[in-house]
Design a protein around this ligand. Structure first.
Ligand code: BTN
Length: 236
């Protein structure tokens, strides 16, 4: 294991816990369940036992920080690990969700910890629905689990190890890595009619390009627009 590992039975959120570990680096926090798992844009992440909830803590350094590229690199690593360990194909829904057959199985939340102006740590939170535990129709509609889709029992430890191995390797070649091409190949939004969930108002558009900074360019009424934050829905 390339990372120092801290195992917890229960925590509010592994990302929150990671933020309290001042000065930690190359460390991963893994919890059996979370009581207040968090997603992007203020959403919660349902985290009962049986899933994988973990946060990788990296040293910040002086490089400009682009959360989107860490999220994208992680999405590629997770999709690759799921394919290897569970023999199932995943796609990436811009920017941080992993899908199997049009339903979400994994979300990624990258956060930065600053000390004044200095980027102290980068925290990459990964949540994966492994066992079949979806509690209500609302989640049934949008989410699925690896065990449901692959019809087999998954060894969480094996999957975690594979993800961390791949993530570590990708992070070693962060600048020259091929993950941008891999990310585009795995994208399930390119060429699709989507709805952009802009806080100022939803609108329909076509996803046409993922940029080097992992922002998404869409075509709306013949005009290109670049989105680098927020949510999209594939149901146009
Ligand atoms: C999303 O779906 O928008 C992202 C979900 C990220 C969930 C993971 S689970 C481990 C880590 N701890 C959290 O509170 N969130 C992330």
């Amino acid at each position: 294991m390339p990372y120092k590992t801290i195992y917890l039975d229960e925590i509010d959120s592994t990302n929150n816990y990671a933020k309290t570990l001042s000065g930690a680096e190359n460390t991963v926090i893994i919890a059996k369940r979370q009581t207040s798992g968090r997603g992007r844009v203020g959403k919660s992440f349902f985290s009962p036992e049986g899933g994988i909830y973990m946060s990788v803590i990296l040293k910040g350094g002086n490089q400009p920080f682009c959360a989107g590229s860490y999220t994208a690199l992680t999405a590629v690593a997770v999709a690759d690990a799921i394919k290897r360990v569970c023999d199932i194909d995943c796609g990436i829904k811009w920017v941080n969700d992993i899908y199997i057959k049009n339903k979400k199985v994994c979300g990624i939340l990258t956060e930065a910890v600053f000390d004044g102006n200095k980027l102290k740590n980068i925290i990459i939170g990964i949540g994966i629905n492994v066992s079949d535990f979806l509690p209500n129709d609302e989640l049934e509609e949008i989410a699925t689990s690896i065990e449901r889709e692959s019809n087999r029992k998954i060894d969480n430890k094996q999957l975690i190890n594979e993800i961390l191995k791949k993530l570590y390797l990708e992070l070693q070649n962060f600048d020259s890595s091929t993950f941008f091409e891999d990310y585009k190949k795995l994208s399930i939004v390119l060429g699709k009619e989507i709805t952009v969930l802009d806080p100022k108002g939803f609108y329909k558009a076509t996803a046409i390009r993922i940029e080097k900074d992992f922002s998404l360019t869409v075509l709306k009424d013949g005009v290109e627009k670049n989105i680098n934050f927020g949510e999209i829905s594939i149901k146009a």
